[in-house]
Design a protein around this ligand. Structure first.
Ligand code: SF4
Ligand code: SF4
Length: 389
């Protein structure tokens, strides 16, 4: 089996430049018409993890979304734009805030398209996914190219987790917290809700402690398109300096014959992959677990663990992490009125700290992913430190 993906250089979010590059990325793989019927209804799904400005490189840039929307409109499609962010939790105000800050509200108004909420769901396979997958004839996914604490890479396959309805996402995280189990869930969702077309925004990527604000924006300067999300992720993994099968979703999806992970069987159109590979991406601290030989993983995983740690000086007590924690182990610890009065209030103006009950923490790092203040650090067990992880 072979797959085709396109790889196009684009270093800036200048609207004209982005439009030309997105069009080129689609044309190289046969154009929109090869995947979508003219005049059909299309759900456009960017990665809108949280309510942050586009410069943070945490969410798909609005100019990339605009270019896709315009091309679909030129093709007489009816376009619906939406995502189910992890901080949403079914609250309309949260979603409004995400659409506002990420620039989607503005794009929807200027391009005269419908902004939708993923609040209604229908079971597809094993999961309650947004009804918009049924309401629309096609889906175009526009992920952001980012590192991820649990999965190492979030791009084409992982972006589809946003289809999972509201708080059920948290439930899945709690049930399948192990990265191997969680990657199988992501692959199942890909099987049930494969988009017709995917275009990855890798103009500004995110490296280090992604996928939230703790990550570091990095100019990768690429757009990557295709219909095989496994092949797209494989190409991106090579750009990061890794092998495709280092990413569990890629490995499991390829084993299930859902796509191509062998670079020799991926026809890359546009710029040559070798010309795009620069310095390796900085990986999340937790990815050091990859150094443990496979046969030892099960045996030592409880001793060589990574945990979140709250930096109380950076924490703004927004309580977002409390709402997203799948294991419900984050809470508030109020100071006694006496000790609060004694504190230096200029330095510490809050009457409580955020506390984690480590006993039941499942190390999913949803708290770090959703924290708007970069206040969640990675903490290692003593053995993990001694093992040099
Ligand atoms: S404290 Fe953080 S890492 Fe631990 S279970 Fe909750 S969200 Fe996951
Ligand atoms: S750790 Fe982050 S998400 Fe949690 S309360 Fe503090 S600032 Fe908010």
């Amino acid at each position: 089996m072979n797959s085709t993906v396109s790889l196009v250089r684009c270093e800036t979010y200048n609207p004209d430049r982005v439009f030309k590059s997105v069009k080129e990325a689609f044309d190289l793989i046969g154009g929109i018409s090869a995947f979508i019927r003219r005049g059909s209804s299309v759900l456009v799904k960017p990665n809108l993890l949280m309510a942050v400005e586009p410069d943070a490189a945490v969410t798909t840039h609005p100019e990339v979304v605009r270019a896709v929307v315009r091309l679909l409109k030129e093709y007489e499609c009816r376009v619906y734009l939406g995502d189910g962010p992890s901080v949403w939790g079914g609250e309309a105000d949260n979603l409004e805030d995400v659409y506002e800050k990420t620039g989607m509200k503005k794009i929807a108004a200027e391009e005269n398209i419908t902004l939708v909420s993923f609040d209604k769901r229908r079971w597809r396979g094993k999961f309650p996914l947004t009804r918009w997958l049924d309401e629309c004839e096609y889906c175009v996914s526009i992920p952001k190219f980012k590192t991820h604490q649990l999965m190492i890479l979030t791009a084409a396959v992982k972006n589809l987790y946003g289809f999972v309805s509201g708080t059920y996402k948290t439930e899945l995280h709690r049930k399948y917290f192990d990265e191997i189990d969680f990657s199988r869930i992501l692959v199942e969702i890909y099987r049930d809700a494969k988009p017709a077309l995917t275009l990855v925004d890798g103009i500004m990527a995110l490296e280090g402690e992604g996928p939230g604000t703790k990550g570091t924006p990095f100019r990768a300067g690429v757009l990557c398109a295709g219909s095989d999300c496994v092949a797209i992720d494989s190409v991106l993994t090579r750009i990061m300096g890794l092998k495709p099968k280092d990413i569990l979703t890629t490995r499991h999806a390829a084993e299930s014959s859902l796509g191509v992970a062998d670079i020799d069987h991926i026809d890359v159109k546009g710029v040559r992959l070798e010309d795009v590979i620069g310095r390796p991406f900085k990986l999340p601290e937790t990815s050091a677990k990859r150094k443990i030989p496979g046969f030892l993983v099960e045996l030592v995983k409880h001793f060589l663990r990574f945990y979140p740690k709250i930096d109380h000086n950076l924490c703004i007590r927004c309580k977002t992490c409390i709402g997203v924690c799948p294991a419900h182990v984050i809470g508030m610890e109020y100071f006694s009125s006496k000790s609060f009065l004694k504190r230096d209030r200029n330095k510490n103006k809050y009457p409580f700290n955020i506390r984690i009950n480590y006993k039941n923490c499942i190390s999913c790092f949803c708290c770090q992913e959703s924290c708007p203040a970069k206040a969640v650090m990675v903490r290692k067990t003593l053995l993990a430190k001694l093992a040099g992880l």
